[in-house]
Design a binder for this molecule. Structure first.
Ligand code: HT7
Ligand code: ZN
Length: 863
């Protein structure tokens, strides 16, 4: 397949006003008859041919204005039907067949268990019928489905059901009309034998919307949190943006086999069950938050993505960045604002920064791709969201909301570009975003250095920026970077209100006057820009910020920086063959102060007591040594656990469950602190810990506390470990998503035989290689959550992953490519690990691969 370039965009040769689809679902094949009202595009450059994409289907016939086409009037290939010299305006009818029952590719019209469902973004519609599979061809759709009434009692497609009835031979049909023009990637249909929960929402203007959520029978009681979340999201979008839902019904279907979290098809969302199911005894607090946020994200797409969509797939962040930002603000308004933001920051630093500094670095608006499915990345989504956040910050929240409304009004019903969005922002807010546009065009994480000079009561603060080269871009321009700062005195009282400095040249200085003593600087408050801050603050200053900073992100970050200083020194010493470096007394004092004066927000306390992850620690080094990092982190954890064992016992006691499960900020915070305390106690195998964890496991009324107990037992040799793991497997055997937790637990154990255990589980009947959730739990869990196992010195971890990527590639190339991506950062590792990872990539490269995996592996080997 060829590489596609953003610069090569050409408008479509022909436009389609209406699409009529007729699906006759039969047990062997599904017959498709598609009718289009077509007209020549006045803006097109070449209209001598009309290309309709189409793959993996059987072509039957094509007709223009009722006349069947002769073979010399079209050309048919494996991936397209090209019509020669079409008229100016015409009705086109194409007939084909597809085989959804045999399609396990999770694209087009495919089978998930006993359900047949569609997934069209980005290019799945061309696996359903022949069509110009590009988002700038927008049409109004009517869909008729007929199927066996017993096997598929529920028939669903986008829009309103305008007709339905029974047919001969036990069959039935339904017809749906979607009044909004949409690109084909938002088309959806689902048929199955489904259970349903139902509710309604009355919009601000008084319209009643029918809300339905379908799932396989027996799972209905796991769907109520998702339904409640949908109503929260609908109300939030009205209250915050004044946006009301625009159809009479909003239908959601949860399916077990799905490659991503969910899909925002107009009026008919299809979800991964992992992003819908949440019941106290089956889902953790993180699952509850995930469901809430993904449900909201898909709902928000109805405006930012569906009403105004992308002109081409290079513009993906137009809808994803903006919708991620809206989701983030929603999550902040629902949960603990500080900790919600901290988690967003952590995702950027631990996952996006490495992508932006590795061989796959690409701008938020990429310039080229081979396989579009490889570009649903953390950069397009999360960095895209951070870019929007910066615009909102510069405009002010109210002006930003007005600007988004201006953008939506101006482009309603259109397929547009990121540039159109930025222009709309400028028009409405008056901001000059000329320099700011680099955030969309340039890959790489800018580094912002902070230097201070204090003299005669005056503080000079100097900020400078530098962005390292990325594979495709050497000389980086200067970015426009908002950096919020505040100043505190020695007691931690604010001496200067927070303000946003705009760093838009290589180096700039600001002077602040009138201090008796040097103030402490709190910088990049709330993570105002997706940059790496380089600021060498003293331990004392960090301890002060850790105790007093009014911004939870900086308060947490000060704790992280203190831990990191100790850990980096220790890892470096180990690397150089020197004696390990012990933590300074000041670190323990800072923890003691924290325990004596904990923040009211319990989740923040838990976050501040959690050491930086291995990923975060790895980011501090040019050459990552997994084993030195693991040893340093583990020993610091042991030292803290030993010093504060009694305090952690007390924390566990005071934070143990005392009432029935409820998902709210206070209770989730309590459970987090309980889990962190248990984790520290497990690190030193505190007396009675295993029995206590097992008792928590046995007595808990919720999965969060149960998982805290299991996590504590995970690496121990105590007999309780196997007992609870076996009990878990037995209790939850019929709950695949819960069994994913069981798989993940074993994949992430630090025990020496974890590679062998993962191999065993791959062959276990409770594992299913065709299901992406199982693979993400077992293999994703192993690579991301078990660095010591994955990088095992004998190379067994790399061999395991390479084997499974090769096995998976023909079945699910999108997922195989994502797994292969985890090997591509090899150059960031010390030679022993780098060589092993590279060799695994090279072995994969020798095989015949999908375009998806080939593109990733090639980028990984080219460095
Ligand atoms: N817009 C959705 C993207 C998506 C997707 C992309 C490729 C292959 C399968 C997929 N399923 C869903 C998800 C979202 O961002 O809301
Ligand atoms: Zn999205």
């Amino acid at each position: 397949t060829q590489r596609k370039y953003r610069a090569d965009y050409q408008p479509p040769a022909y436009l389609i006003d209406t699409v009529d689809l007729d699906f006759e679902i039969r047990s062997d094949r599904t017959q498709v008859r598609a009718t289009y009202a077509v007209r020549r595009n006045p803006d097109a450059n070449d209209t001598s041919q009309w290309r309709l994409d189409g793959r993996d289907m059987q072509f039957l016939s094509a007709a223009i204005d009722g006349r069947a086409l002769d073979t010399h009037e079209y050309a048919l290939s494996d991936n397209a039907l090209v019509i020669h010299n079409p008229p100016e305006i015409f009705t086109f009818v194409v007939e084909n067949t597809i085989g959804p029952e045999q399609n396990l590719s999770l694209e087009g019209f495919y089978r998930s268990g006993d359900i047949l469902c569609s997934q069209c973004e980005s290019n799945g519609f061309s696996r359903i019928t022949y069509f110009p599979d590009r988002p700038d061809v927008m049409a109004r759709y009517t869909t008729r489905i007929s199927a066996d009434a017993h096997k598929f009692p529920v028939l669903l497609a986008n829009g309103n059901c305008v007709d339905s009835g029974t047919l001969d031979n036990g069959r039935h049909y339904a017809v749906f009309e979607d009044p909004f023009a949409k690109p084909c990637y938002l088309f959806a249909m689902v048929v199955g034998d489904l259970g349903m929960i139902r509710d309604s929402y009355t919009t601000a203007s008084g319209r009643k919307v029918d809300l339905r959520l379908y799932t396989e029978h027996g799972n209905e009681d796991q769907c109520h949190h998702a339904m409640a979340s949908l109503k929260q999201a609908m109300a939030w979008d009205e209250d915050t943006y004044g946006l009301e839902y625009d159809l009479d019904s909003y239908v959601t279907v949860a399916v077990g086999s799905f490659n991503m979290g969910a899909m925002e098809n107009k009026g008919l969302n299809v979800f991964n069950t992992a992003c819908i199911f949440a019941r106290a005894d089956t889902a953790t607090d993180s699952d509850f938050a995930l469901v809430r946020d993904v449900v909201a994200h898909e709902y928000f797409h109805n405006y930012t993505g569906n009403r105004v969509t992308c002109r081409d797939w290079f513009q993906l962040s137009l809808k994803e960045g903006l919708t991620v930002y809206r989701e983030h603000q929603f999550a902040i308004d629902q949960g603990s604002p500080g900790v919600t933001r901290i988690r967003q920051v952590r995702t950027m630093r631990e996952i996006q920064f490495p992508e932006d500094g590795g061989p796959r670095a690409h701008p938020v608006r990429p310039e080229s791709y081979v396989e579009m499915n490889n570009f649903y990345t953390i950069t397009v989504y999360e960095k895209g969201g951070e870019v929007i956040r910066m615009i909102a910050q510069m405009a002010g929240r109210d002006a930003f909301i007005i600007a988004v409304r201006h953008y939506l009004d101006k482009h309603d019903g259109q397929a547009v570009t990121i540039e159109d969005f930025v222009v709309a922002m400028e028009e409405s807010t008056g901001l000059d975003l000329a320099q700011f546009r680099h955030w969309y065009a340039q890959a790489g994480t800018p580094r912002v250095r902070v230097a201070t000079d204090f003299e005669d009561g005056r503080l000079q603060l100097t900020l400078s920026q530098h962005t390292p080269a990325t594979p495709d871009q050497n000389d980086k321009p200067l970015f426009d970077i908002p950096v919020e700062i505040a100043l505190f005195d020695a007691e931690g009282a604010p001496v200067r209100e927070a303000e946003v400095l705009r760093l838009n040249s290589a180096e700039q200085s600001w002077t602040f006057d009138g201090f008796d003593a040097e103030p402490t600087v709190s910088a990049l408050r709330g993570f105002t820009a997706p940059v790496r801050l380089e600021y060498e603050q003293s331990d004392e200053a960090l301890a002060r910020l850790m105790a007093h900073d009014s911004d939870p992100v900086c308060r947490w970050d000060a704790a992280q920086a203190l831990y990191l200083k100790t850990l980096v020194a220790d890892v470096s010493a180990r690397r150089e063959g020197n004696a390990p470096v012990a933590a300074p007394e000041l670190l323990f004092e800072a923890i003691e102060t924290l325990l004596d004066n904990p923040p009211a927000d319990r989740e923040l306390l838990a976050e501040m007591l959690t050491l930086p992850s291995e990923a975060m620690l790895g980011e501090q080094f040019d050459a990552v040594d997994i084993f030195a990092i693991d040893a340093a982190r583990r020993e610091l954890k042991e030292a803290i656990a030993t010093r504060f064992a009694k305090r952690f016992q007390a924390l566990a006691d005071t934070h143990a469950a005392s009432s029935a499960y409820i998902f709210d900020v206070a209770e989730a915070g309590r459970r987090r602190v309980f889990a962190v305390a248990l984790d520290y106690l497990a690190t030193i195998e505190a007396p009675g810990l295993a029995a206590r964890a097992a008792a928590v496991y046995d007595g808990a009324d919720n999965m969060t506390d149960r998982m805290a107990a299991l996590d504590a037992l995970r690496d121990l040799n105590a007999p309780e470990r196997q007992r609870v793991l076996d009990d878990f497997a037995q209790t939850w055997a019929d709950y695949p998503l819960v069994m994913d937790k069981w798989l993940r637990l074993q994949a992430t154990t630090r025990r020496d035989d974890s590679v062998e255990r993962v191999r065993e589980l791959l062959a276990d009947a409770r594992f299913d290689f065709t299901n992406p959730n199982r693979i993400r739990a077992l293999l994703g869990g192993f690579v991301r959550g078990n660095r010591v196992g994955f990088h095992r010195a004998d190379g067994a971890g790399y061999a395991l992953i390479a084997d499974e990527i090769l096995r998976l590639d023909s079945l699910n190339p999108q997922l195989a490519a994502a797994l292969a991506g985890m090997l591509t950062n090899w150059a960031r590792h010390v030679p022993a690990q780098a060589d092993g990872m590279r060799a695994a990539l090279a072995r994969i490269a020798e095989a015949e691969l999908s375009d998806n995996t080939r593109e990733i592996v090639a980028a990984g080997l080219e460095q």
